[in-house]
Design a protein around this ligand. Structure first.
Ligand code: KMH
Ligand code: ZN
Length: 273
């Protein structure tokens, strides 16, 4: 049994700064969050950025500045979102790799996303996957539904292993329209993964704790953060990403699988520094 890889998804594309003042939206806020989360046990940061009006953007210049700032201030693995917001087009999402991150998310299928649709058709998925291979950016396969595992298997069959050589997935559970965030579904999704794949799980909203505890019990890794969770407990808003990382780290310690440090995480994911 290995230690626990903790990823912090600090901002996301959906929450509104006016309603969630603790959300990190500027580069300074993000860097400050990143430093606190690394000190609390995170090894990976999953990054969405915002523009000057705190709206989601995939502007490549800003993404480059973000990668540089996070590298200057932390040793965290910088994983840029290629999912962006539901309104982002495919070309814009492919261009995220121009910012040369260590890693990126790669969602393995379309999913209903509340009242919206998060579009990931096969043509886009395979173009993005091949680009990660060309650029040496390590993908994390985001699975919002069980059917996404079939597409992951197809990618590996048709195009071979990812950059870094290791398949690591993230089960994104509890999105309205995706797979539910409960233990039976978690067990079914893990059983469907390709041989040798490792996985993290994240439960959105009120599925946060069942998914966190189920993932630890089943030998998985954790993604936490304000992209997915805005209530720490009933009636108590999340005060910072760091407190979510601290709670995950405490649970991992309790499970006797303490958080991996960044060097261990790089080795685990096949990411060179
Ligand atoms: N914001 C969602 C539409 C990712 O980062 O790759 C997509 C998302 C997945 O957050
Ligand atoms: Zn994301």
């Amino acid at each position: 049994m290995t230690g626990t890889l903790i990823t912090v998804a600090a901002t996301g594309a959906e929450a509104d700064k006016a309603s969630v003042p603790a959300l990190p939206v500027t580069l300074d806020e993000l860097a400050e969050t990143a430093v606190a989360c690394e000190a609390s046990g995170a090894a990976v940061i999953h990054v969405h950025i915002r523009d000057d009006d705190a709206r989601p953007t995939l502007d490549v210049g800003r993404l480059k500045d973000t990668v540089a700032a996070l590298r200057a201030k932390t040793d965290l693995i910088v994983q840029l979102s290629t999912g962006g917001a539901v309104t982002d087009g495919f070309e814009t999402r492919l261009a995220v790799l121009d910012a040369a991150p260590d890693a990126c998310s790669l969602t393995c299928g379309t999913v209903n996303f509340g009242d919206d649709v998060f579009a990931n058709p096969w043509g886009f998925i395979k173009d993005l996957y091949q680009l990660t291979q060309e650029r040496g950016v390590v993908p994390e396969f985001e699975l919002f539904d069980l059917g996404h595992v079939a597409t992951l298997r197809r990618l590996l069959r048709e195009f071979g292993p990812p950059a870094g050589g290791h398949v690591h997935c993230d089960l994104v559970m509890g999105v309205p329209g995706g797979m539910p965030g409960d233990v039976p579904t978690l067990v079914a999704a893990v059983a469907a993964l390709p041989e040798g794949a490792t996985w993290s799980a994240t439960g959105v909203g009120r599925t946060t704790l069942p998914v966190l505890l189920g993932a630890l019990a089943a030998g998985g890794h954790l993604r936490v953060g304000m992209e997915d969770t805005l209530s720490y407990a009933k009636g108590r808003p999340v005060a910072s990403n760091a407190e979510l990382v601290q709670r995950a780290a405490r649970a991992a310690e309790l499970a006797q699988r303490p958080p991996m440090n960044t060097a261990e995480a790089r080795e685990f994911l096949g990411i060179a520094r």
